[in-house]
Design a protein around this ligand. Structure first.
Ligand SMILES: Nc1ncnc2c1ncn2[C@@H]1O[C@H](COP(=O)(O)OP(=O)(O)OP(=O)(O)O)[C@@H](O)[C@H]1O
Length: 266
C-alpha cells in the first residue's frame, strides 16, 4: 500500500523566481526505503521539505499517510491539532537543524515527544533514553548541543526524529558528517527499525555507494526534475552518473549492488 503518493508536484521557495522542484511524481510503499540522489541544488532538500509540509505546493497533489498534505496548511487551533497529528506520522531530520541555545542533548531529543505528549512524562523519558542508547549517545545526555562535534550533533538530530516514533522518516543527508563506521552503524540502525516497525524511510543521499547498499529504490533528480527512478543497479550506472553529475567514475557491481569509484583525470 502506498503511504506517499506524489502527483506532478511543483514547489517554489518564497520569492524565488523559479520552482526548485517541478512536475515531480512518485510513490512510496509503506515500509519501503527510497533514496533521493542528484547533484547539489537539484531539489532533494526542497522535495523533503514539501513532504514534511515545511514548504507548500505550488501545484500538484501530495498524500502523506492518510491525508492530503495541503489540507494541513490552515491556521488556528484546528490546524495546530492537525499539525500534531501530522508530526506523529512524519518526522524530518533536516540537513542543518536549528539547535536551540543552551539545550541539553536529552532535552533536545525529548522535543521529538511533543507530538505525542503535551507534558512528556516518564514513558517519554524512557523512549528518549532508548533512542540515545540506540545511537550510542547515552554518555552525551547532559551535554549541551553546542559542545558536540558535527557528527555527534547529526546523530542527536536523528535520535530526535526517531524519538518522534513516526511512520515516515525524512532524512536529509543523514550521514554527511559521519565517519564510515558511524555511517554504516547509523544506516544499519535505521534499517533495523524499519524492519521492526514498518517505518518508511526517504533519504537524500550524496554517497552513491552507501545509497546502493541501503534502500529499495533510488530516485535521481536533476534541475528540480525526476530524471530516473528504479533499483540502485538500474539507476546508478557509470554513464548516467557521468551525465548527471559531470563526474568520472567506474561502477563495479558487487553482490548485485553498484559500487561507485571516482577516477582522477590524469
Ligand atoms: N530558501 C530558499 N530560497 C530560494 N531558493 C532556495 C532556497 N533554498 C534552496 N533554494 C534553491 O532551490 C534549489 C534546490 O535547492 P535544494 O536545497 O533543494 O537542493 P539539494 O539538492 O538539496 O542540494 P544539496 O545537495 O546542495 O544539499 C537550488 O537552486 C537552491 O539555490
Amino acid at each position: 500500500m502506498a503511504i506517499i503518493e506524489c502527483e506532478d508536484i511543483t514547489v517554489r521557495h518564497p520569492h524565488a523566481p523559479t520552482p526548485a522542484v517541478s512536475g515531480l511524481s512518485t510513490f512510496v510503499e509503506q515500509g519501503e526505503w527510497l533514496n533521493i540522489v542528484g547533484p547539489n541544488g537539484c531539489g532533494k532538500s526542497t522535495l523533503l521539505h514539501a513532504f514534511a509540509q515545511v514548504l507548500s505546493l505550488e501545484s500538484g497533489r501530495l498524500k502523506m499517510g492518510e491525508g492530503d498534505v495541503e489540507k494541513h496548511f490552515a491556521f488556528g487551533l484546528k490546524a495546530a491539532k492537525q499539525r500534531r497529528f501530522f508530526a506523529r506520522t512524519v518526522a524530518l531530520m533536516p540537513q542543518n537543524p536549528t539547535i536551540p541555545a543552551g539545550l541539553s542533548v536529552f532535552d533536545y531529543v525529548l522535543l521529538g515527544r511533543h507530538p505525542h505528549s503535551y507534558a512528556p512524562g516518564r514513558a517519554d523519558d524512557e523512549i528518549v533514553k532508548r533512542c540515545l542508547a540506540d545511537l550510542k549517545l547515552e554518555h552525551f545526555s547532559d551535554r549541551g548541543l553546542d559542545e558536540l562535534s558535527g557528527g555527534e550533533r547529526q546523530r542527536v538530530s536523528l535520535a530526535r526524529a526517531l524519538a518522534q516514533e513516526p511512520r515516515i522518516v525524512l532524512l536529509d543527508e543523514p550521514t554527511s558528517a559521519l565517519d564510515i563506521g558511524h555511517a554504516q552503524e547509523t544506516l544499519e540502525l535505521i534499517d533495523a527499525i524499519r524492519h521492526r516497525l514498518g517505518l518508511t524511510v526517504i533519504a537524500a543521499m550524496h554517497d552513491l555507494t552507501l545509497t546502493a547498499q541501503y534502500g529499495d529504490r533510488v530516485l535521481m533528480m536533476n534541475g528540480g526534475r525526476k530524471v530516473f527512478e528504479g533499483t540502485a543497479a538500474e539507476v546508478l550506472t557509470a554513464q548516467r552518473i557521468s551525465e548527471i553529475y559531470d563526474a568520472r567514475v567506474i561502477v563495479e557491481v558487487i553482490d548485485g549492488r553498484p559500487v561507485v569509484i571516482p577516477q582522477r583525470s590524469h
